[in-house]
Design a protein around this ligand. Structure first.
Ligand code: AMP
Ligand code: GLY
Length: 433
């Protein structure tokens, strides 16, 4: 079978890497891809907004499965379009993708199907939103309803901050994404992510992970797309995982089916583990980046049958019957970004010594914002490389990742040196040396 992967990030490099190990696969295409994938897949820049051209490409190349990495094409209905033309696609319909595309939609699903989440209100009017803030008190969380590239959430410590966020969002700071907003209660606890595949009816739980959203060490500074991740997340004990499945994921599966729009694809549940148990902060309807990199490294089984089962759906997917085997060992991924990220940064700087750096058999360097020209690798994005390693403990995986990273010659890049700190601290407490 030929497979087309859509996307350009480290997540897509990891998906391509994992898919390439499947005996079911003949050829992989990736659009647009990046500078690190050419040994695994053919990179072709397709216009993902031109759905007819995508269909034509799939017909021409006899594509048996399209795997969509990022959220934008899902929200724009690419899966609906491909399915209408009988081309199997991994990912939700545009309607179901509202679980990521509209925070208000998700909150209403939570209310209707009794899914634990922070108390909230939905507003299109500033005065009403501010009244709600006055009633609830601070700290409080203000969120633009739509996709805002991870920047649409403001944790307001006091009323003036909350009011300013409301005025900014409804005043057009995020364009159409801020035509409406959600105001919600501030939840206290530790964050974790849980991933599960879904074929519309059944789920296949995957694994847990923890991200590091802030740019600076000690979780300080601006929010980013994620500066590093590890899997599993120790806070997700078997009990918390079972509760997440039973109280959050399965009610969502049943709810979406009842709404007439079964969810197919991957649930990426952002959770707060509070003293009451897991509560849903948000859903994403795609793999996380860099969470996907650590998941793919830990996944032993072939991913392709599971992706195909989700794409099939219609009561025939049986994704729950697939046996997914995992490496017990944790994996950890450190993001190297261009200096200045998440604000402005230089492009087209050369990265050297990648090959020797990635020699260890338990280490893999996934590319994100890179391009390859005449055999040389150049940085062209904010998040550029994901140095990913597996080890007997998070601390060992961390050591391997930083050892590899330190061999990379890229003076214009930087990373956080403390990826995995929470898990390493837990390991030290449970096994003091
Ligand atoms: P989101 O884009 O919804 O994942 O929010 C971004 C980040 O804001 C989350 O990862 C949390 O750290 C934080 N956050 C969002 N909602 C809440 C909440 N209700 N309580 C506490 N923190 C939150
Ligand atoms: N790393 C967070 C995300 O992919 O949304």
């Amino acid at each position: 079978m030929n497979i087309l992967v859509i996307g350009a990030g480290g997540r897509e490099h990891a998906l391509v890497w994992k898919i390439s190990m499947s005996p079911l696969v003949d050829k992989i295409f990736v659009s647009p891809g990046n500078g690190g994938m050419s040994d695994l897949a053919e990179c072709i820049p397709l216009d993902e907004t031109d759905h007819d051209a995508m269909v034509e490409f799939c017909r021409d190349k006899n594509i048996g499965l399209v795997v969509i990495g990022p959220e934008a094409p899902l929200v724009a209905g690419l899966v609906d379009h491909l399915e209408k033309e009988n081309i199997p696609a991994f990912g939700p319909s545009a309607y179901a993708a509202q679980l990521e595309g509209s925070k208000g939609f998700t909150k209403d699903i939570c209310t209707k199907y009794n899914i634990p989440t922070a108390a909230y209100g939905r507003f299109g009017n500033a005065a009403e939103a501010k009244d709600f803030v006055r009633k609830k008190g601070t700290p409080i969380v203000i969120k633009a309803d739509g996709l805002a590239a991870g920047k649409g959430v403001i944790i307001a410590e006091n009323e003036p901050q909350a009011f300013a966020a409301i005025d900014d969002i409804l005043g057009g700071q995020f364009g159409d994404a801020g035509a409406e907003l959600v105001v919600e209660e501030f939840l206290l606890g530790e964050e974790a992510s849980f991933f599960a595949l879904c074929d519309g009816d059944n789920i296949l739980p995957l694994a847990t992970a923890q991200d590091h959203k802030r740019v600076g060490e000690g979780d300080t500074g601006l929010n980013t797309g994620g500066m590093g991740a590890y899997s599993p997340a120790p806070v997700m004990t078997d009990e918390m995982t079972a509760r997440t499945i039973n109280e959050i994921i399965l009610p969502t599966v049943r709810g979406m089916k009842q709404e007439g729009h079964p969810f197919k694809g991957v649930f990426f549940a952002g959770l707060m583990i509070t003293d009451k148990g897991p509560e849903l902060i948000e859903y994403n309807v795609r793999f996380g980046d860099p969470e996907c990199q650590v998941l793919m490294m830990r996944m032993k089984s072939d991913i392709v049958p599971a992706l195909m089962a989700c794409a099939q759906g219609n009561g025939q997917g049986n994704v729950d019957k697939i046996e997914m085997v995992w490496h017990d060992q944790p994996a950890l991924s450190v993001v190297m970004a261009a200096k200045g990220y998440p604000e402005s940064y230089k492009k087209n700087t050369e990265i050297k010594n990648l090959e020797p750096a990635g020699q260890d058999k338990d280490t893999y360097i996934f590319h994100a914002g890179t391009k390859c020209e005449e055999g040389k690798i150049f940085a062209i994005g904010g998040r550029v490389l994901n140095i990913t390693a597996m080890g007997a403990s998070v601390e060992i995986a961390q050591g391997k990742a930083y050892t590899a990273l330190d061999q990379i010659d890229w003076p214009e890049g930087f990373c956080r040196r403390d990826i995995g700190w929470r898990a390493v601290k837990r390991e030290e407490l449970s096994d003091p040396k």
